[in-house]
Design a protein around this ligand. Structure first.
Ligand code: ADP
Length: 347
């Protein structure tokens, strides 16, 4: 598909360049031949005047008494025109060859970001369908098995419905996660960016994760300072909630999670640290990938999630032209650090 589009775009580039080049060559040809005719005519007149003795003639030309061949000879004029056409054709041929190569190269460059975006979207759709298909298939299978069971009691049916509702809740959170990821994947929309107070965003985020922390008796420590920055406050709250939620999710009971912030040369650093299970070194390069989860997270007593949180977090940070990084020691804990510019850069 992109091979064809590349060829088509190259053909359009060529058509435009050749139209300009041929038009330009026609103008050059017309101007030069008009000038040639004018000079030839003027020289003819001059020679006629010389021959009729109206003008001074050098002894040599009087001796030769023949008009110089230059420009007065119609054959020479025609020959000059032919040579001009020949050179213009050669030049246009050269332009055609060079612009074909250049056009093909530029068409590839122009289409590359579009191709990457389409590939990315296709990958997203196939990942999303895969993630949705697996739980839906097992849900359907469980329903079918129970439907065929002639001895199914009301109590069994109620238990099944309850389990199914839990599964549907999880699927709902998966589809919400997918929608959030898709919305942050959209091209930059700077209209949501405004001056916001970091302290109030951190406060809001802490409020949102408080129930999970209380359940696990985890202490949330706010060591942040207040700074103003240009950001999308809803996205920034989303980002901090994801990091805090993970810190709680992947920490044993009764530990603490700390959020801190500092300002360094035009950037604001926000860190979320925990004393949780940590991340293996081999897993670190993958944690921001869509649907990626560590083996532990996938295990039987896994923490709830679909491996979308950190990829959403990364998209939010990128939309703010920031950077997200992680340092982690297995068994000891992790520190996620977000660097955001104080002023939002509009592209
Ligand atoms: P989810 O939490 O839904 O699995 P995320 O994208 O938020 O998805 O995280 C991806 C994976 O990164 C998690 O499954 C977990 O293995 C690992 N991870 C993320 N945050 C932490 C953390 N604070 N401590 C340990 N592991 C983490």
């Amino acid at each position: 598909m992109f091979g064809k589009a590349r060829l088509k775009l190259t053909a359009w580039y060529l058509l435009i360049i050749m139209l300009i080049s041929i038009g330009f060559s026609t103008v050059i040809y017309k101007v030069l031949t008009a000038e040639l005719n004018r000079f030839s005519h003027l020289q003819g007149l001059q020679i006629e005047r010389r021959l009729s003795g109206q003008e001074f003639m050098s002894p040599e030309s009087r001796f030769r008494n023949t008009p110089p061949r230059i420009l007065t000879d119609p054959e020479l004029v025609e020959e000059t025109k032919q040579r001009l056409i020949f050179f213009l054709v050669i030049i246009n041929g050269g332009i055609l060859v060079v612009s074909s190569g250049l056009g093909y190269f530029l068409a590839g460059k122009t289409l590359k970001p579009i191709k990457n975006m389409v590939d990315e979207q296709n990958q997203f759709i196939s990942d999303a369908s895969h993630e949705l298909k697996t739980p839906l298939t097992s849900l359907k299978a469980a329903l079918e098995v129970h439907l065929r069971d002639k001895r199914l009691t009301l109590a069994d049916a109620k238990k099944l419905i309850k389990e199914n509702i839990e599964e549907v809740d999880k699927l709902q959170s998966l589809s919400e996660g997918l929608l959030r990821l898709a919305s942050y994947q959209k091209p930059n929309n700077s209209s949501k960016f405004e001056k916001v107070s970091l302290a109030s965003i951190i406060k809001k985020s802490i409020q949102k994760v408080k129930p999970q922390a209380t359940k696990k008796k985890i202490t949330l420590k706010d060591k942040s300072q207040n700074f103003e920055l240009e950001a999308d406050q809803y996205a920034l709250t989303d980002l901090l909630v994801i990091l805090l939620d993970n810190a709680i999710k992947y920490s044993p009971k009764e530990k603490s999670v700390t959020i801190a912030s500092e300002k360094t040369d035009g950037s604001i650093l926000i860190s979320v640290s925990d004393y949780g299970i940590g991340i293996n070194e081999k897993d670190l390069p993958h944690i921001f990938d869509r649907f990626w989860r560590a083996d532990f997270a996938r295990s039987k007593d896994r923490a709830v999630g679909y491996g979308l949180g950190l990829s959403i977090a990364k998209k939010i940070v990128e939309s703010h032209h920031g950077k997200i990084s992680v340092e982690s020691t297995p068994g000891k804990g992790s520190v996620f650090t977000v660097r955001l510019p104080v002023k939002h850069k509009t592209l």
